[in-house]
Design a protein around this ligand. Structure first.
Ligand code: PMV
Length: 336
């Protein structure tokens, strides 16, 4: 691993580093892996970082520690908990790359609630990758950080570069995300409409492993590349009507795969369907807004900044809506 990727060690070893990363919303979704361990996706995806939301993580390598310590949002995790194992496995990759064996203290907090329909793992693994690699004394390129983040959570690869990002296919080194436009290229807004705060029973790591059990997945993957190209083109042309139709189709196809998996994954609830129908009604009355939905029931409404107040107001009038969060485009994962 170490000699495949040119890693340069800093002259003076940094023991502690803090990083901040934003979550992202995918316009073209990633669902299913070619390689589960490396999280190499079966299709390219496209996203926007969410600048109003972030996760901040401090990693301290400390010789006096006997084992890793993990705190997320002030809660300490025991070594037999899945979150602890996933995070420490990620830090193990960094230790391997840096050729160190020191245990670490990892402290992370987010400014958005768990269960709000925001994929917290994207921001979490992007921030963890930037902080832990710097604290281990590595100086990684953006591509190497995106590769590292991808190993923790596929979508985290897209939270490393700035603004609007694409994550393409490739091998371990090549399947990384790059920015296709900075945050100020287009002031798109994500209005996150919360219709449930329950923790999902099957997370995306388990979901990706079920994708191939759906007879629809092969067709989804075949069509994904042309949706990706068309969406990318519409985004760069700042054409929301064209892009909106593609993102709605792409998310519905992904949920079709989820619902037809064995066992099936029904992430939608009645509130989800209500927001989809309301979005169509709002559009027919002249409000340009489009929906996309991740691995959960909550709906992300995508619109331009000029219409965000109208979208928030309309959403808050629906009885199914428990909360609304708003974010525009965000910058890269970075040391602070
Ligand atoms: O990165 P993961 O394993 O949390 O998967 C993300 C899956 C979706 O959010 C449903 C789609 C995406 O591309 O973000």
């Amino acid at each position: 691993m170490l000699n495949q990727i040119e890693l340069r060690k800093k002259a003076t070893q940094v023991r502690q580093a803090t990083a901040l990363a934003h979550p992202n919303i995918a316009f073209i979704k990633y669902w299913g892996n070619q390689d589960h361990a490396l999280r190499l996706p079966v299709n390219p995806s496209l996203s926007m970082n969410l600048g109003a939301l972030h996760t901040q993580t401090t990693v301290t390598f400390d010789d006096s520690l006997q084992h890793d310590l993990l705190t997320i949002n002030q809660q300490t995790y025991a070594s037999d908990e899945p979150a602890y194992q996933r995070v420490c496995h990620h830090v193990d990759i960094v230790r391997e790359w840096a050729n160190i064996a020191t245990s670490a203290r990892i402290e992370s907090s987010s400014n958005f609630p768990v269960g709000s329909g925001i994929a917290s793992s994207a921001a979490a693994f992007a921030a963890l990758s930037v902080a832990s690699s710097a604290a281990a004394g590595l100086t990684l390129t953006e591509a190497q950080l995106s590769q590292l983040a991808r190993r923790g959570s596929g979508s985290a690869s897209r939270s490393v570069p700035t603004g609007y990002c694409e994550w393409t296919l490739g091998n371990d080194v090549d399947s990384v995300a790059v920015s296709i436009a900075p945050p100020d290229y287009w002031d798109l807004q994500d209005v996150v409409v919360v219709v449930s705060q329950e923790h999902k029973t099957v997370g995306s790591t388990g979901g990706h492993q079920l994708a191939d059990t759906s007879s629809l997945q092969a067709a989804r993957v075949v069509g994904a590349e042309s949706r990706f190209n068309a969406c990318r083109e519409a985004l760069l042309a700042r054409d929301l009507a064209r892009m909106g139709a593609i993102i709605e189709e792409d998310t519905v196809i992904m949920h079709g795969v989820m619902m037809s998996s064995h066992p099936p994954l029904y992430y939608w609830n009645a509130g989800t369907m209500r927001i989809i129908q309301a979005t169509q009604q709002w559009r027919s009355k002249g409000l340009p807004v489009y929906f996309t939905i991740d691995a959960g029931p909550n709906v992300h409404l995508i619109c331009e900044a000029a219409h965000v107040q109208a979208v928030v107001k309309a959403a808050k009038q629906l009885p199914e809506v428990q909360d609304v969060l708003v974010s525009g485009p965000g910058g890269p994962a970075r040391l602070i």
